[in-house]
Ligand binder design. Structure first.
Ligand SMILES: [Zn+2]
Length: 279
């Protein structure tokens, strides 16, 4: 990680999403947990009586639940709050994670594959793998959202074009820190997955990074139970993968070398067995 003058840094933060600007998720002051505007009873918790604060800026909010308008939370004071340019799903996922500090971490497999062709259409194959097990409902010691990182790296983009060494800035949706002080970056994906350039910058930043897809929850963006659905999904193991693996790269290379040797030896053994059956 390096610090250089902002003018020389290419910013890879997510472009501000075109949303309707309506904030529908807030922190319920009575529970300390995220709440969807549709989960509040408009008879008792309308306007300032909603008793909610903003996920993005921490300011008090006023619930707008009318017959004609889109139900949403409005800031009491005019503000340039980042929450107004976030999708409801991003806002919900960050708010839930900040409160529960819990996500399911997916399995990570180091694979190796070796094969030898002993006759036309006949291959002898060995595929011994090494797996780091998944960890459902893993709780971090702390979680921070919207953390910026900078890293210098030469990158290859999705069109196969190399850009020479350059400093990049990116903002992680969330960063979880373990009890032993290790960081894990978390990216929530609603429509656009992390592209190849950002992936290489994340590698250069060097922390394990998990990408969690939320797109299947879009149909529930207006549901009172959206927060519960998001929490269930985050704590489970579906629709996520490691972008930067949760293992030291030197250690991974050692395991790969060991698997390579094991798979070669296994194929050699299979070849001997095959030969002995050929009379
Ligand atoms: Zn705000």
């Amino acid at each position: 990680m390096t610090t250089v003058a902002p003018s020389r840094i290419i910013d890879l933060s997510r472009p501000r999403t075109v949303t309707d600007g309506h904030v529908k998720i807030a922190i319920d002051n009575r529970t300390g947990s995220p709440v969807h505007v549709r989960a509040l009873d408009p008879r008792t918790r309308n306007g300032k009586a909603c008793d909610c604060t903003c996920v993005g800026c921490g300011e008090p909010l006023s619930a707008k639940q009318g017959d004609v308008q889109v139900w949403h939370f409005a800031h009491l004071a005019s503000t340039d709050c980042p929450a107004t340019s976030e999708t409801t799903l991003h806002l919900a996922a960050k708010a839930v994670l900040k409160t529960t500090r819990t996500i399911g971490l997916p399995r990570y497999e180091i694979g190796h594959y070796h094969s030898v062709m002993v006759a036309p259409h006949q291959h002898l194959v060995s595929n011994i793998r090494h797996a780091l097990p998944e960890r459902p409902a893993y709780q971090f010691a702390s979680v921070a959202v919207e953390q910026a990182f900078t890293a210098g790296v030469a990158v290859l983009d999705d069109h196969g074009v190399w850009t020479p060494h350059q400093d990049y800035r990116l903002v992680a949706d969330a960063v979880g820190t373990t009890g032993s002080g290790k960081s894990c970056l978390i990216e929530f994906v609603v429509t656009h997955r992390v592209d190849q350039r950002k992936e290489q910058v994340l590698f250069a930043v060097g922390h394990p990074t998990v990408e969690i897809h939320l797109d299947h929850l879009r149909a529930h963006e207006e549901s009172p139970d959206l927060v519960a659905r998001v929490q269930d999904h985050l704590e489970g193991l579906d629709r996520r993968h490691w972008i930067v693996p949760p293992i030291d790269l030197v250690k991974r290379a050692e395991i790969e070398a060991r698997l390579h040797a094991q798979n070669r030896a296994e194929v050699e053994r299979l070849v001997e067995v095959w030969k002995s059956t050929q009379g």
